[in-house]
Design a protein around this ligand. Sequence first.
Ligand SMILES: [Fe+2]
Length: 450
Amino acid sequence: MAPTTSTISPLLSNVRRTHDFEPLTVEGTIPASLRGTFYKTGPGVFERFGQRVNHSFEADGLMSAVRFTDIGAFGAVKIVESAGYREEEKAGKFLYNSNASWLSRMRAAKNGIAKTTGNTSMFTYNDKLFALMEAGRLQEIDPETLETLEASDLGVVKSGFSAHPHRVSALNTTFNFGVRYGKDMLLDLYALPDTGVAKQIGCLKAPWRGMVHDFMATEKHLIFLLGPAELVLWRALLGLTDLGKLFRWKPELGAQLWVVPLSEPSKPQVFGLDAIWAWHFAGAWDTEDGVIVDVAAYPNFDSISAIAMEQDLVDLPALTRFQTKNQSISKTTIHDTPMDFPTRHPITDGRRYRHLYGATTDGLMHLDLKTETEQRWKSPGGLEGSEPLVVARSEAEDDAHILALIYDDSRSQSGVSIFDASHLADGPVATVWFGQPIPTTFHGTFKTMA
Ligand SMILES: [Fe+2]
């Protein structure tokens, strides 16, 4: 049964007010070493034209940003007003998602047009800021005002562009992929050098039409995990259902780990696995005879509907390690505190890491893989956390700020909390408050002040 308006969480409701950068209320002391802007996005426009979206992944993006300066913190909240969003505003009705008329959905599906909702992640490349969602192009955003600019394909993107690009600092390159569905599912592989132009470096064919959300990049490999969530093609082609029902969990397919050599991207090494699902990777690095890759692994795909409805999950994710060694692969659960949204100090991108941070069911976690100890920040009652973002304070792996957008039910408002990465359990050193609830966000980025 659909929730009534009175029972819908403010985290799954339209924001009360969008606004330009304006002063925010600061509690505590913002560290002097934190100067720059924290950008986040998530599905945020849940109701339009008198209708509620059928699945939160279909909602247009809502961006929030906090700028930390010498004279205080300033925040802005804006909708991602993509071309599709504007077209719908003009028409006064949905044209693209499963709320749209069957005719509109058929037309969009036939023409392969997706609305670039920008509801999943924020990404900076070549001094430009983009809001990302995996089924569309990159939606450029003005970093100073959060105004929506034009969508971009970087001159190379064929269809989708994953919301999880990964940079490998040793190669001065950011890697990403995009999924194309048709007779087969294709993964287009892209390399975005720090200087120069983006290019496609490969295209892989999947054995079934699945969903791939994240991947990993090391100095020598790109690594993918294909879970057995299979696209029901006729439903997609006919636009018959919402996103949550477009994929069917088929554990009998098993799963596959692909290790793609950057030196020869057309020749991935494929390892068969038992059925497993992962939205996010924690880290990966090359070894002498293979790779080690850590994921937040779920035993099934139930999270697809739980995310939309803010339901509690029964089967929670555990940090799981796969190690390939020549032709063999092993799997180990390396930590069993349920966690997702794993993140690390950027110095460890593509390299062996020691410190991992993530979101737990009741707060945030810091895991030291060397000492095998964890620190937890359990959010006080009524407080809900989200993905932690690591902002480097120096090149030392444990020297960082952790930023997380939180929601305080007792105040009925959201804020960005700042933690010291080495003392996560002590709680935030400062929180800046928006004065209203900000709907649940997925991923973000931090742009250091020039
Ligand atoms: Fe994600």
